[in-house]
Design a protein around this ligand. Structure first.
Ligand SMILES: NC(=O)c1ccc[n+]([C@@H]2O[C@H](COP(=O)([O-])OP(=O)(O)OC[C@H]3O[C@@H](n4cnc5c(N)ncnc54)[C@H](O)[C@@H]3O)[C@@H](O)[C@H]2O)c1
Ligand SMILES: [Zn+2]
Length: 361
């Protein structure tokens, strides 16, 4: 079985390679040399990741790594400021490449620093969580949170390269891994029945982080995300399909103040709700919804929701970014592997859906 896959993302604002292979991170210097990216390299990571994986990046650079504190609450402008400070202290000029080594938080923060430092220097993304490997490292969305909301400050800055090494996932806590796997399931539902079937058939090997099984699964997700980004870099239309399960998912995260769910877990619930609506609207065969529900159940328990108010969750949906000019764009599935978007979902439907997940009135 192939354990090394590569693809190219040709986004309007820049094309770049995505290399997916066990051990790819150890060959990072070769990849960066091959790009012709500036040779002065600054790693941005966090202490958790760096403690576990510094050895993998030995010899990549003689510069001190720039470590930012671990956690979503540090995904803020002050942290970007710390990266600028470190770069300026080291007299980093435009001939600098930033190498982001971490999960989505490090990737988004380091990517935003790279997008803005000296009006933009290249960033190489080396994602270390499953979520980052299949989602956030590709597509060029970078940014930070504001006290008033998530991801309110940001930019589009496509990476110079993405290097995905599933061996880095061996140290990832099981819950984090599982959270990323819900996004993998999402890619299956929106664009690839074979991917969906493969996750179901290989769940045990995936959870044991078997690189031979992970590489093709991750590569398929990267291919799907890459294709969507090529078509719709700035989320005018097709990129919205990636939001399958996210309308309700984001609302569940928001009403629990981002403390109860890992993002993927909330998306797990959101996908179940979106599938239920898809069936109710006659868009999706009930059997496909049942297959999704069975897979989500097989993946393990989701955090409880029975204490949450359906009303509050639906109000949170109304405040979501996906409400454009007063219209909620809701992604439905028309069967595993395909989607459609509707804009006429009513509040009553949303309440019924949310109640259907077991929330209280
Ligand atoms: N830019 C995009 O397109 C995009 C897409 C999706 C999500 N995101 C963003 O990504 C963020 C979430 O990313 P995440 O789920 O990777 O969370 P995260 O970056 O917070 O990582 C989760 C935890 O795992 C730790 N960790 C990372 N790699 C590890 C490893 N190999 N071994 C052990 N521990 C490791 C981290 O230190 C952290 O404690 C959110 O801020 C979200 O907004 C961005
Ligand atoms: Zn997501």
């Amino acid at each position: 079985m192939s354990e090394r896959l590569g693809l190219h993302v040709r986004a309007p604002s820049g094309a770049y390679p995505v290399e997916i292979a066990g051990g790819a991170a150890r060959r990072l210097a070769t990849v960066i040399d091959g790009l012709g990216a500036p040779r002065r390299r600054f790693i941005v990571s966090n202490p958790t990741v760096w403690r576990l994986h510094a050895g993998t990046f030995e010899g990549l650079t003689s510069e001190e790594p720039i470590l930012i504190p671990d956690g979503e609450r540090f995904k803020q402008l002050a942290t970007v400021g710390r990266i600028y400070d470190a770069l300026i202290r080291a007299a980093a000029d435009r001939a600098t490449t930033i190498v982001a080594v971490g999960g989505g938080v490090v990737g988004d923060v380091a990517g935003f620093a790279a997008a803005t430092y000296l009006r933009g220097v290249p960033v190489v993304q080396v994602p270390t969580t499953l979520l980052a490997q299949v989602d956030s490292a590709i597509g060029g969305k970078v940014g930070v949170n504001h006290a008033a909301g998530k991801n309110l400050i940001g930019a589009y800055h496509q990476p110079a390269a993405v290097v995905v090494d599933p061996e880095l996932l061996s140290s990832l806590p099981r819950r984090e891994f599982r959270a990323g796997l819900y996004e993998v399931v999402k890619y299956g539902v929106i664009a690839s029945r074979p991917l969906f079937d493969q996750v179901g058939a290989r769940l045990t090997q995936l959870f044991s982080r078997d690189a031979a099984v992970l590489v093709p699964v991750i590569a398929e997700c990267c291919r799907i995300k890459g294709r969507v980004v090529e078509e719709d870099e700035r989320e005018a239309g097709p990129r919205r399909a990636l939001n399958f399960g996210h309308t309700l998912g984001h609302a569940l995260e928001a009403v629990t103040k981002y403390r109860r769910f890992r993002h993927g877990e909330a998306v797990g619930y959101g996908m179940l709700a979106a599938a239920n609506l898809s069936v109710a609207r006659g868009a999706m065969p009930a059997g496909d919804r049942d297959a999704l529900a069975a897979l989500v159940a097989q993946m393990g328990p989701l955090p409880a929701v029975s204490d949450l108010s359906a009303q509050q969750v639906v109000e949170a949906i109304g405040r979501d970014k996906k409400v454009i000019a007063g219209h909620l764009h809701f992604v439905l599935s028309t069967g595993i592997g395909a989607t459609t978007t509707v804009t006429d979902v009513t509040t009553d439907e949303l309440i019924a859906l949310t109640r259907g997940l077991g929330l209280r009135a």
